[in-house]
Design a protein around this ligand. Structure first.
Ligand SMILES: *Cc1c(COP(=O)(O)O)cnc(C)c1O
Length: 524
């Protein structure tokens, strides 16, 4: 083996497949520690606290007093800390490496945001605190609302939805309220084939009939098919732009004009706003409602790292129907949270509430910190760099992986590949599992549905060229192995805590509760 002058090997040491390596007595593999369920390691004989036994007092619980053992695992503080630390090391995180999950915008979460969100004046507020005592927090929500309106060129914004899908629900409820207000009982929502699954789900949840609109061979909405389907029964069209094939819907304004002429509304899925923020304003494209995933575009943590937040920007036509509460600046400069009791004079047409309080305060704080630290020029650069990084990946790999829309010109912030050209019997799943062994979270796979064996890669703007190159090296090597029919790839991952799982069984019959084996035996 050749060594650097620092004494490290110049290339990874070739290892035998991990499953061929001798087993250890503990099941641990060096730094990769096995960890059982907390119920299996805990025992009621141990506890993290050692209070003296309480003096015996007569119970006042009566018949409600517990008679069985409580069955919770007792652990010392150290055992508890080790349990969760060990589990955390089996997880992948944006703080560990590139997270190429397409459509999810897994970008770096700047620590400045975290610092601001933890300031006690924001973090320790009670949602029912008197409004005069939380003017700073209300002012922050209001300022973020103004930024979101400005960045999208829209008229109003509903801040309370708690995620993208919740925002879709909010937008469609606004559309339904607007249609009801004019006595129009339209029943159909049109959704392009390439839509995110949440779009048709939301429309169906609102009681609409969902109809597909096909995509063109170039991966965009089929404008003629859409125009042909518009009519007096269509309430709305839900369009993702940039779409899930990683392409900008160039006909968006023409689509909006046709939809409006037919008396319907345009819902835009704005989850991909990262690709166009600072460059395009959805309001200029005729959009009536669009959710913004603060946890994607504006870098607030998500995917186990924190809750989401999905504000919905609204056109002038829909704004009167938006949910309560919302912030408003009064004549004296103070900020007021407009609630039900103000509805009489303020917003008689609001469809109601989306959530108990005003939304996700911690996410608002982080998103505003992100926006202010980037500024207008910085946000524009976010979109440009996100698109540049995705195109770098697309063009670095389109010689080994099929890029179905590679001829449609540059992509937006996501590079889309298909399984075409892999050796007989090799699938997208094999490449995804191989990526785990290479130390990456897999890309989004089998989505969008319009592409066979889709692999959707979103690098985001926060990855360096060195990080992109390493990811490209890994994906290239896996693509080459899958094309050459390397059977070993079908067994990947070899180095992860678990090998291939029965994912269908896990999804269909998840085991979500723990049963004490002793009790299970007793019950038999
Ligand atoms: C992430 C995403 C959604 C849903 O957003 P959540 O915050 O996960 O509810 C909807 N559409 C697209 C295109 C997305 O990428």
């Amino acid at each position: 083996m050749t060594m650097l002058k620092e004494g490290r090997p110049t290339a990874p040491e070739p290892v035998k497949e991990a499953h061929m390596a001798p087993a250890t007595a503990t099941g641990n593999r060096a730094l990769m520690l096995e960890e059982a369920l907390i119920f299996e390691i805990g025992s009621t004989a141990t506890t993290g606290v050692d209070f003296a036994p309480a003096p015996s007092v007569a119970s006042r619980l009566g018949k409600l007093a517990r008679t069985d053992a409580i069955g919770l695992p007792g652990l010392s503080e150290q055992e508890t800390v080790r349990h969760y630390t060990r589990l955390s090391r089996q997880n992948y995180a944006i703080d560990l490496g590139l997270f190429p999950l397409g459509s999810c915008t897994m970008k770096h979460n700047p620590r400045l945001n975290e610092k601001v969100a933890r300031m006690p004046g924001f973090a320790d507020l009670h949602p029912l605190a008197p409004q005069s005592t939380v003017q700073g927090a209300l002012g922050l929500i209001n300022e973020l609302a103004v930024w979101l309106i400005k960045l999208t060129g829209m008229h109003g914004v509903a801040m309370t939805p708690k995620a993208g899908a919740h925002g879709e629900l909010c937008g469609l409820l606004c559309i339904r309220a607007a249609l009801e207000a004019r006595g129009d009982a339209r029943q159909v929502v049109l959704v392009p084939e390439s839509a995110h699954g949440t779009n048709p789900a939301t429309a169906a949840f609102c009681g609409y009939k969902v109809e597909d609109i096909p995509a063109t061979p170039e991966g965009r909405v089929d404008l003629e098919a859409l125009k042909a389907r518009l009519g007096p029964d269509v309430a709305a069209v839900m369009i993702t732009n940039p779409n899930t094939c990683g392409l900008f819907e160039r006909d968006m304004k023409t689509i909006s004009d046709a939809v409006h002429a037919a008396g319907a509304f345009v819902y835009c899925d704005g989850a991909n706003f990262n690709a166009i923020v600072g460059r395009v304003r959805p309001g200029d494209l005729g959009v009536d409602a669009m959710h913004i995933n603060l946890h994607k575009t504006f870098s607030t943590p998500h995917g186990g790292g924190g809750p989401g937040s999905g504000p919905v920007v609204l056109s002038e036509a829909l704004s009167p129907f938006g949910p309560l509460p919302y912030t408003a600046r009064m004549a004296d400069g103070s900020i007021h949270l407009i609630e039900e009791e103000n509805v009489g004079e303020e917003m008689p047409q609001s469809f109601g509430r989306m959530s108990a309080f005003h939304g996700q305060m911690g996410m608002f704080t982080r998103a505003l910190a992100y926006i202010l630290s980037h500024g207008a020029d910085g946000l524009r650069q976010v979109a440009e760099d996100a698109v540049l990084n995705a195109n770098y990946i697309l063009r670095s790999l389109d010689d080994v992986l099929d890029a179905p829309f590679g001829d449609s010109g540059p992509c937006m912030h996501e590079a889309l590949f298909s399984d075409k050209g892999l050796a007989e019997g090799f699938t997208t799943l094999d490449i995804a599992k191989g990526l785990i062994d290479e130390g990456f979270h897999p890309m989004t796979m089998y989505f969008p549905l319009v592409v066979h064996g889709a692999m959707l890669v979103e690098p985001t703007e926060t990855e360096s060229k060195a990080a992109l190159d390493q990811f490209i090296l890994a994906l290239r090597s896996l693509a080459e192995r899958a094309k050459a029919g390397d059977e070993a790839l079908k067994g990947a991952p070899y180095h992860a805590p678990r090998r291939r799982l029965d994912e269908t069984l896990a999804a269909r019959k998840p085991v979500l509760t723990w049963t004490d084996p002793a009790l299970a035996v007793a019950a038999e």
